[in-house]
Design a binder for this molecule. Structure first.
Ligand code: FRU
Length: 424
């Protein structure tokens, strides 16, 4: 089997490698890259639903955009089942943790709106039942296309399979609120090809999801990031010298790390509308390091490309570890080479005392980082927890060269607009 470098050798760009040596530099609890503790008495946005991945409405350049003064976010959402016998434990109490852990199977896209960029009001489902072709509506990106309010929602249609799709609709505002209209025809865009990106047939635990379309500030073309795994049968990947990197003596043993094969994928549009896409080799691979680089996204700042992606402790390979949180890489041009931010890649991780407090971080171009609350311990030992399913406090971060610094904390779910578009 070929190494990552050999596999993509003949292609227009070489994927950058997040190496095991880079990951050895990850330090949990460094205050400059750790999310402040989330208190267990957090408010819940809505007691009828769980929400997790949050997708602010934005333009193709990445700017978070309000319409007629209304901020809009999309969230992955699932009903809570406090009275469903299926989620009651032996004593008849609601087993919220089991309900929460099952949410991915019934994820649907919902929207929320606000005048203040927080205290989100419930909008409802974006697509009516039956519109999306598969059981699960997984993460993606809502793009405001123009001042007629047209919105392209890119997302992942999952189970069966995993297809990057888009659906077009319109945002309509009144004095009292926001509604989403249209969103009736879902267009499949592409699936993993098995040559660059791993398919379900190659690995039942494959990842192929989370589209993030954007306009390259330098060449003006339309591209899309997404999460993938490097193609090849599960277990066949080689963790060679390049993937290991410059490790100290005694760190050459890679264990079973060939099973961890995450990558950040990229595709380029063949048309102006983003209906016709060509997949390109990944921008970044993490073979031998980590199995998931989820929800990849960019911040374009100071002429540089800041690539962010979320990852977990449980998806790290043998011999390397790090907190759940957001990791980042920087390059001078779109196709790299990318260098891990802060040396290791870690940008904002959970504190080790509350390892699951937040996840699905999204870094906005104003340096604000939104995420959701997963679970927070309510006792010293961490055996009792409170499940979130709601917005976490927003963190303020400074990005300087190849470093990042936590500098502020804001209200729960604070996602202020960077631009306002007046609809015609
Ligand atoms: C991140 C994530 C996404 C996926 C969704 C599924 O939290 O795993 O990659 O689209 O959640 O619920």
């Amino acid at each position: 089997m070929k190494t990552t470098t050999e596999k993509f050798g003949a292609t227009p760009h070489q994927p950058s490698l997040w190496t095991r040596a880079d990951a050895l530099k990850v330090r949990a609890d460094d205050p400059t890259t750790t999310q402040p503790l989330v208190s267990a008495d957090f408010p819940v946005l809505n007691n009828d639903v769980f929400i997790w991945d949050t997708m602010p409405l934005r333009d193709l350049d990445g700017n978070v955009t309000s319409v007629d003064g209304w901020s809009v976010i999309f969230t992955l959402t699932a009903d809570r089942h406090p009275n469903d016998p299926q989620y009651l434990d032996e004593d008849g109490n609601y087993d919220i943790l089991r309900d929460w852990n099952d949410r991915h199977g019934r994820a649907k896209m919902y929207y929320w709106f606000s005048r203040t960029g927080k205290n989100w009001e419930f909008g409802g489902r974006v697509m009516a039942e039956g519109v999306s072709p598969t059981a699960r509506e997984w993460a993606g990106t809502p793009i405001l296309l123009n001042d007629r309010g047209e919105v392209d929602l890119y997302y992942t249609a999952v189970t069966p399979g995993a297809t990057i799709v888009k659906v077009r609709g319109r945002v309509v505002t009144t004095e009292h609120g926001v509604s989403m209209v249209g969103f009736e025809k879902v267009k499949p865009l592409f699936e993993a090809d098995g040559k660059m990106y791993q398919t379900e047939a190659q690995n039942a635990f494959w990842g192929f999801r989370d589209p993030w379309p954007f306009r390259d500030p330098k060449d003006g073309k339309l591209y899309m990031l997404f999460e993938g795994n490097v193609a090849g049968e599960r277990g066949s990947h080689k963790v060679g010298e390049a993937e290991i990197g410059d490790v100290p003596p005694g760190y050459e043993d890679v264990g079973n790390s060939r099973f961890q094969t995450a990558c950040v994928g990229i595709a380029v549009a063949r048309d102006a509308d983003g209906d016709d896409w060509e997949m390109l080799p990944p921008l970044l691979t993490a073979v031998g390091v980590n199995d998931q680089t989820e929800r990849p996204h960019f911040v374009f700042q100071d002429g540089k490309y800041y690539l962010f992606t979320i990852s977990h402790t449980f998806t790290y390979a043998d011999g390397v570890t790090g907190p759940d949180g957001v990791y980042g890489f920087v390059a001078d041009s779109l196709f790299g080479p990318y260098v891990p931010l802060n040396g290791s890649g870690l940008v904002l991780g959970n504190p080790s005392s509350q390892p699951f407090q937040t996840y699905s971080h999204y870094v906005m171009p104003n340096g604000l980082v939104t995420s959701f609350i997963d679970s927070v311990p309510t006792d010293e030992t961490g055996t009792q927890i409170r499940v979130g399913g709601t917005e976490a406090p927003t963190v303020g971060m400074k990005i300087k060269g190849q470093q990042t610094f936590v500098v502020a904390e804001y209200d729960y779910g604070y996602i202020p607009p960077m631009l306002d578009v007046t609809l015609k």
